[in-house]
Design a protein around this ligand. Structure first.
Ligand SMILES: O=C(O)CCC(=O)C(=O)O
Ligand SMILES: [Fe+2]
Length: 514
């Protein structure tokens, strides 16, 4: 799977740069053979035409006989050899063939189409701009090629399958506007049918939403205008009959949405989404200062630059916590160990680790013995934060993929989950130290959606916050997520610090929620 990490997409570029010249050499070699074949072909056809025009005369002459035999022994034999060479695949094509096994597949096309849709949805971009390859606002990063009408239709389909009905409508309308009879691989009727289905869903959605709003106890949190179709409706009604046409299935599916919406009385928003955010989300309200962590000897001579992003909850961004050379070392250690982010899925009777479909990133874990650079980083975090780092997790290094995001979440497990499966011996994740290992040209910020502030990924800087009040209660104001990357290759790294080891390093306050 290729779309979930930008590093792999870079690998694809490398593969393409190796494969393209190989293919060119192969074509050149084949063309040479074809040219030779053509010379023989022209010559031999000319003779054959002449011979058959005067067959009897030709055959009786011994020199003609000789020539005929000679032609077969030489020219026709050579033609045969050339044909063999032309049909043989050879080392070069074997290389391409072997590489084919690793080529991106249908699911990668789908995954990257979903990436484009995530970017569109979050940053509220125009369908026509995206189709023109203009995804990055004023900065002028235009794609090499525009999207074809067929590609637009396929993105519309991906939107539908991902439950994004408004975007599906836009992409289908756009594909129909551009539709040219005979030039497209999809039928107008299918695109129109998708439009109809989206309309049906939006009516159904409105009914479900109204009902949910009436029955919900915490409307503002559980239901917002931007919330997506409830996952509970999407995931639980997969009825696939082999006898029905694809469209009939879809209609059936939608009828079930409505039905399920009623009977479940809708538990809204299991998977929160970002509010629509602008590309310039880096409003700063507070101030910057130099930090010595109350006179830590290491920091006295080399204080850390701090930018206060938010006061309550207190969220700060430290600058230059790690050098560029150290960043390179960490990436080098992490890259071979990257795997698709997984999460703990709470199934009926069993609890299993699953690929996190919503988290488009590959991660790897490094501990202090993975390399001196990691141990040094742990010490540095301790100096800066004043925490002991006695109970921390390994360093999680993440590389994001196409439109890579991590929807809003808390870094601590919510209460009911916690009771059952997060009984960690070291307690909860008291604090998060999130280090940016790259710049991101556009998008990719860390948005604290409740506080209303976003941190900009700046290479070598780190965002730090406490996920819990000093009392040990979870601070839900720290709800945050990684916004989809628009342009860039985002690397970020989490160091999660757990409660137990910090018992004597973070004092309780008199006010429970101070
Ligand atoms: O990468 C980011 O900006 C945030 C990631 C995050 O919140 C997490 O991994 O828990
Ligand atoms: Fe997080």
């Amino acid at each position: 799977e290729w779309f979930s990490s930008m590093e792999q997409i870079i690998d694809l570029v490398r593969h393409e740069s190796l494969l393209a010249p190989t293919l060119q050499n192969y074509i050149k070699a084949k063309m040479e053979i074809l040219l030779k074949l053509k010379t023989y072909g022209d010559e031999l056809s000319e003779i054959a035409d002449k011979v058959s025009a005067n067959k009897e005369e030709y055959i009786i002459h011994p020199i003609n006989q000789y020539h005929l035999i000679k032609r077969f022994a030489t020219q026709w034999t050579e033609v045969n050899q050339l044909l063999d060479r032309f049909n043989r695949t050879g080392k070069k094509t074997d290389f391409i063939k072997n590489a084919t096994r690793l080529f991106p597949k249908e699911e990668d096309i789908k995954g990257s189409a979903e990436g484009i849709l995530r970017i569109q949805d979050t940053y509220n971009l125009n369908t026509s701009d995206i189709a023109e390859g203009n995804i990055s606002g004023e900065k002028g990063h235009n794609s090499l090629k525009k999207l074809t009408t067929d590609e637009c239709y396929h993105i519309g389909k991906a939107a539908f399958n991902g439950g994004l009905y408004d975007p599906c409508t836009h992409w289908m309308q756009f594909s129909l506007q551009r539709f040219e009879e005979g030039k497209q691989n999809f039928s107008k009727a299918h695109a129109e049918e998708y439009l109809q289905l989206c309309k049906m869903v939006s009516i159904c959605w409105a009914i479900v939403a109204t009902k949910a709003q009436i029955s919900s106890d915490d409307k503002s949190y559980k239901f917002s205008a931007n919330s997506k179709f409830p996952k509970v409706c999407r995931g639980d009604v997969k009825i696939v009959s082999k006898t029905q046409s694809q469209m009939d299935q879809l209609k059936y599916y939608i009828k079930n949405y409505l039905y399920i919406g009623y009977i479940l009385n809708i538990k809204m928003i299991q998977q929160p989404s970002f509010p629509r955010i602008s590309r310039n989300m880096w409003e700063r309200k507070l101030h910057c200062y130099l930090h010595t962590n109350n006179g830590n000897p290491w920091l006295m001579f080399n204080p850390v630059k701090v930018e206060e992003l938010w006061d309550s909850p207190h969220i700060v961004q430290f600058y230059d916590v790690i050098t560029s050379a150290e960043v390179d070392k960490i990436k080098k250690l992490a890259k071979p160990r990257l795997f698709r982010a997984i999460h703990f899925e709470d199934k009926e009777d069993s609890e299993v680790f699953q690929k996190a479909a919503y988290r488009i990133t590959k991660v790897s874990w490094l501990n202090d013995t993975s390399g001196p650079v990691i141990a040094k980083l742990t010490r540095r975090i301790s100096e800066i934060t004043g925490l002991s780092m006695n109970t921390t997790e390994e360093l999680q290094v993440a590389n994001y993929g196409v439109g890579g995001e991590y929807p809003p979440h808390l870094d601590v497990a919510s209460d009911d989950h916690r009771k059952r499966m997060y009984d960690h011996p070291d307690g909860e994740r008291i604090a998060t130290f999130l280090i940016y290992l790259s710049e991101v040209e556009e998008g990719g910020g860390t948005a604290f959606v409740r506080a209303g502030v976003a941190a900009k990924p700046i290479k070598g800087s780190a965002v730090f916050w406490y996920n819990m009040y000093p009392s040990g209660d979870i601070d839900i104001r720290t709800f945050h997520g990684a916004c989809p990357v628009i342009i860039g290759n985002k690397w970020a790294s989490n160091k999660w610090i757990r409660e137990l080891g910090e018992s004597f390093h973070r004092q309780c306050k008199l006010d429970r929620n101070a």
